[in-house]
Write a protein that binds this ligand. Structure first.
Ligand SMILES: Nc1ncnc2c1ncn2[C@@H]1O[C@H](COP(=O)(O)OP(=O)(O)OP(=O)(O)O)[C@@H](O)[C@H]1O
Ligand SMILES: [Mg+2]
Length: 238
């Protein structure tokens, strides 16, 4: 059996006249952490939204576990095993932490849900301490923990994370990246979109660089971390 979990083939996305994604092809292997790096406006979020079925693609295909999911609606994609933690966190501010997590688990019918609440609380004890608090009262970093946990509660095989380090104190970024590694080691494949190239490449197996809607570089994360062009463009070296 193929070890490819997700495959994008020549994927294009348009927003009206704007051609945001210009034919992306990539494969994600089961068990990997894959990162997509790139500057503002490169099309990173657009890629994740296309995979999640939140926006239609204009050409190409998306295949998950050998099945064509190109035109599958978003809620069906969640039940097939893909969940996204969105850019800017987007927690339900007036709902408690517990209620936000319940929303994540909404489509599940299995009997492992309680184990997964325990698991996310073990990853992020701060969430357990604040379980009945409205999510809007959490700090930015805590809201990010909640957004990741809410996506995890959908029990995905592929977890999509859109800029989990954005606007978060470095100390919490460390906690969050440690948790991403743990989630991956427990068996979830991760697609991590980041502008923090250094943090992302340190934990990823494979990396892709997206520039104005095209993949301009790809390879094992360790190689990209040592690549001169990457070091200049993303790691602040001259
Ligand atoms: N709803 C939309 N309507 C029109 N254009 C859009 C829309 N969303 C995104 N775009 C455009 O598509 C391109 C890719 O945007 P996208 O948000 O995917 O980039 P990104 O890499 O996630 O950027 P950032 O790092 O700032 O989050 C940009 O040129 C953006 O202006
Ligand atoms: Mg984005």
């Amino acid at each position: 059996m193929s070890d490819t979990l997700l495959e994008l083939k020549d994927m294009h996305v348009h927003y009206g006249a704007i051609h945001a994604i210009h034919g992306i092809s990539l494969k994600i292997k089961k068990g990997e952490i894959v990162t997509i790096l790139g500057p503002n406006g490169a099309g990173k979020t657009t890629c994740l939204h296309a995979i999640s079925g939140l926006i239609p693609i204009s050409n190409g295909s998306i295949n998950f576990k050998g099945e064509d999911i190109t035109s599958t609606p978003a809620h069906t994609i969640v039940s097939k095993g893909i969940a996204q933690s969105p850019e800017g966190r987007m927690v339900f501010a007036d709902m408690t932490i517990k209620e936000n997590l319940e929303m994540g688990a909404y489509l599940r019918k299995d009997d492992k849900i309680n184990d997964d609440y325990d698991y996310v609380f073990s990853l992020f004890p701060r969430l357990k301490e604040r379980i009945n608090q409205p999510a809007g009262t959490l700090s930015g970093g805590e809201q990010q923990m909640l957004a990741i946990s809410r996506a995890y509660m959908a029990n995905p095989e592929l977890l999509l994370l859109d800029e989990p380090s954005l606007g978060i104190a470095p100390i919490l970024v460390q906690d969050i990246f440690k948790a991403i590694v743990e989630i991956n080691q427990k068996g979830t494949t991760v697609l991590l979109v980041e502008q923090n190239a250094f943090a992302a490449l340190k934990i990823a197996h494979t990396g892709f660089v997206l520039t104005t809607g095209e993949i301009t570089m790809q390879g094992p994360a360790k190689e990209l971390l040592n690549n001169d062009e990457i070091r200049k463009a993303y790691l602040g070296e001259h």
